[in-house]
Design a protein around this ligand. Sequence first.
Ligand code: NAD
Length: 533
Amino acid sequence: MATVRKAGKKGAKKRDPGPDPGKSRAKSAPIRTTRSVEAKPELEVRPVSKMKEWKLLYQPYPFDESMKISSGTVVKGLCEACAKDDACSLPRPEGGVWRCTEYEQRTAVVTKLEKKRSVYDNVVEQFNKASDLMELDPSVRKILSSAANEVVVHFPVKMDDGRVEIFTGYRVQHNNVLGPFKGGLRFHPSVDIDEVRALAAWMTWKSAIADIPFGGAKGGIQMDPSKYSSGELERITRRFTFALGNTIGPEYDIPAPDVNTNAQIMAWILDTYQSTMPAHERNRCSHVVTGKPIESGGSRGRAKATGQGVVYLIEEWAKDRGFDLEGATYTVQGFGNVGSWAARLLKAHGSRLIAVEDVSGAYVNEHGIDPELLSQYADTHGGVVKDCPELESIGHETFLRVKSDIFIPAALENQITGETAHWLDAKLVAEGANGPTDPDGDAVLRSRGIDVLPDILCNSGGVIVSYFEWLQNKRSEFWDLEEVDRKLHKIIVEAYRKVREAAKSYSGDWRTAAYVVALTRLENAYVMRGIFP
Ligand code: NAD
């Protein structure tokens, strides 16, 4: 049996924060609170005499233990000095008002925490912006504002040492008006209902833009797969599949690989699902997952599909801009399935990879990095590029500041924010990852004239070839690579042209344009079908 490459990277080291002094990397996992912070107004500086009032207003706000900030401080409440007495023990004037140092420190921390946005907040903001601009039908807007189904399962798995661990898994099915729910499974510590909700909604928009007959879903297990042996991962995967039961199905909801899952994991899901079916139905459900190994009904070209789609779109962008890819430079964040394939395929245009970042750190070589050699190195070193010869280790901020023509984020969400977007020195951001740019980051990129190929268009190659795999399974066909690539190219370039046309109406805002293309298709479907009953 094939070995697990991405999942189960035993020995893969935690990342080194890098030499950037005083800077912490953008976290993908947002700091969460136990209740909504929407109702609270922006914190303002108040005179000391108002401190008691301020305290009354905010004291009930439950700062729980999860609200640790990077320094390890836990915010529990207000400055004691101010709370005891209107006259602060440590007063100092600023802008005509008196504040104590501790109060100031705490409000700074609270402000920082409040401003943390969840990944799902990003989706809501993007969706609302496009819906307002296109005046989306209010009923359709209501339907698409929430997921159709959200499944959370807790399941036990026996570890190698005989202990039993309980895992939490998710499957969010956002919408299926255009076809069966479709979307990846992610094994990562940041997986939670908020992240999965966001990823499921993005899948709905993505399938709609590509004009393929799928809806949107996403799922995963909250865990760090590098901590488990291959045998443990197999049991976790199989038990998760069993716990999901009929939540998934070949004509209902079809998972695929995502972060830290791969063809091997899909093969285990297929085998478990089939094993729970009556014998005479087993061969009719090989399309319950896509991204399978070719030997188990996978499609040629699926492994590289997302990276291939990213490169097809970079080609289109370059044509439109009159930009020569020969000799162009690019940097890639995330060197897994999407990042490594995009890097390898872009090299064929004579472009030069000069910096790369993965979970082990960030690295540069201005003379050029060979993505083929780097992929081979990662394959044999637990999926990470750390210690690969001829790479100079750099910090996260330095990596983002490397001057290049094209930046391909292909790791996790919220990497390009209002702060980090200022660091980028590129002409194009081609989003291989889902949700790498938050709305603040988007605004900065636009103001700086950096083009963006938005995720729901740019990384749709994966779901497009998943659709081909699904079709091949249903028809008992095997297409050759040339056919898969040709069909992928046709669909993704057509999607690009639709978004480019729409972008002309939205001041070149490609993300909003992509949403409008998706929402228009969904709106048309609902208008024609109506709402049952
Ligand atoms: P993967 O597990 O194969 O690779 C993820 C890569 O990101 C690894 O190289 C890992 O080291 C790196 N990484 C993790 N945390 C990081 C961090 N904090 N900083 C820098 N690098 C980090 O996953 P993948 O399948 O390539 O998916 C990557 C992104 O692409 C995800 O956002 C995923 O949702 C999206 N995507 C994947 C597919 C697909 O077909 N696999 C399709 C569409 C979108």
